[in-house]
Design a protein around this ligand. Structure first.
Ligand SMILES: [Zn+2]
Length: 141
């Protein structure tokens, strides 16, 4: 029964680890595509391999880029904040209508990835806890 429980936890641990990365990749890929990032695929591969660290680096890059550039609300292209008129469609830009840092869809992926990350954290703690308990039992006998 204990082994069954451990097997279940182990499975949840592995599954949540995989799903967490899948959703993190989806969030980064979708976000990069939404912001015309030519390296969208590269970012996604980096996140698939290294998880959280490239995600944070990606977000810092995004934040830096967004300080100078804004998405035109008329044609959707990334344009410099320095000019009051879009250089592609010539429509005036009002800086007051700032869009959210990430879109609703990306936010959804990030929340799911976050939940899976927490589940994995709890499960791996449970596994090491039960492992430690077993170790104690073995030491006593
Ligand atoms: Zn435009």
């Amino acid at each position: 029964m204990i082994f069954e429980g451990l097997f279940g936890l182990g499975m949840i641990n592995i599954l949540s680890g995989i799903l967490y990365k899948v959703f993190l990749c989806m969030a980064v890929y979708k976000d990069a595509k939404e912001h015309d990032d030519k390296n969208a695929v590269l970012w996604t591969i980096l996140v698939a391999f290294f998880g959280l660290i490239p995600t944070v680096i990606y977000l810092i890059f995004r934040f830096q880029k967004e300080k100078e550039f804004i998405r035109c609300p008329h044609c959707g292209k990334m344009i410099s904040k320095k000019y009051p008129v879009c250089m592609f469609c010539k429509e005036p830009i009002n800086n007051s209508s700032q869009e959210a840092f990430v879109s609703e869809e990306v936010k959804k992926y990030l929340v799911i990835a976050g939940v899976l990350f927490i589940i994995r954290l709890i499960v791996s703690n449970l596994i090491s806890l039960s492992g430690a308990r077993q170790g104690v039992t073995f030491n006593l006998f």
